[in-house]
Design a binder for this molecule. Sequence first.
Ligand code: ZN
Ligand code: ZN
Length: 332
Amino acid sequence: MKAMVLREPKPAEENPLLMTDLPLPEPAPGQVRLRVRACGVCHTDLHLVEGEIALPKLPVVPGHQIVGQVDSLGDGVTRFALGDRVGVPWLYSTCGECDYCRRGMENLCDDARFTGQHADGGFAEYMVVPADFAYPIPGGFPDEQAAPLLCAGIIGYRSLRLSEIQPGGRLGLYGFGASAHVTIQVARNWGCEVYVFTRSERHRRHALELGAAWVGRAQDSPPAELDSAITFAPAGWLVPEALRVLRKGGTLAINAIHMSPIPEMPYALLYGERMVRSVANSTRQDAEQLLQLAANIPIHTDVELYPLAEANAVLQRLKRSEIQGAAVLRIP
Ligand SMILES: [Zn+2]
Ligand SMILES: [Zn+2]
């Protein structure tokens, strides 16, 4: 099978992914093999290829927003049948036994494995995954529109939950890429007023089209204090800027697996019982709930489609914030 393989981390500009012929993977007991049809490209893929987050497996096939068709079943799989359309997100497996796993916090499992990091992902024609960590994709979404739901959507939804925004509340979003453009649709469905901070003029227009009440730059002051905020851009300097416009008792959720250092800031920005929390990975429950919401609302994802062979160019575009909505590799 064809796959875009990372042998060693390098800046995206140096085209770190190589088109490679790999043997067809065989599903182990409890796993299914997918014929991949679409795979979203995420900022985490960029951090991975550039070596900003750990690379426990090299070479590795990145990609963790996968939509495909089950084409082979490992022993004991009853959750899916051949031909089923399923999605695979970032969470590839957990130990199932530790305190975190037992207390509904499997996203924090010390032995969690992640798609495209510990196991080969979806920048390929085929991949294998534990059946318990794959999800049926609701009808009504073409493959390429469903792909961004699997990370951008799920992690955005978890961020929304962890931001403790209430229906009708005022929510700030910092950065407006793949995840924020899905998150705003859920927030609008909950009746929230959404304030979007981004330096990109194109992203601001996109936010207004999707129902933002106000758009500006992170240094601007919106017309009202925010109840909750989420940062999507991996820039630590956004933290004091977001706290500056957050009301007392409000929560700032940081949706980032890797971020530049948070600058020193006056305690007054935090005082007043403001909370800052990170968002790490997601649980299977988050995935199931977001996919259900996506079908009910329904969520529309804006996607830019590219062939598998152009994965390096897509990572470069992502790095320059040139993607409108989400980038997706289409694998015919
Ligand atoms: Zn991701
Ligand atoms: Zn565990």
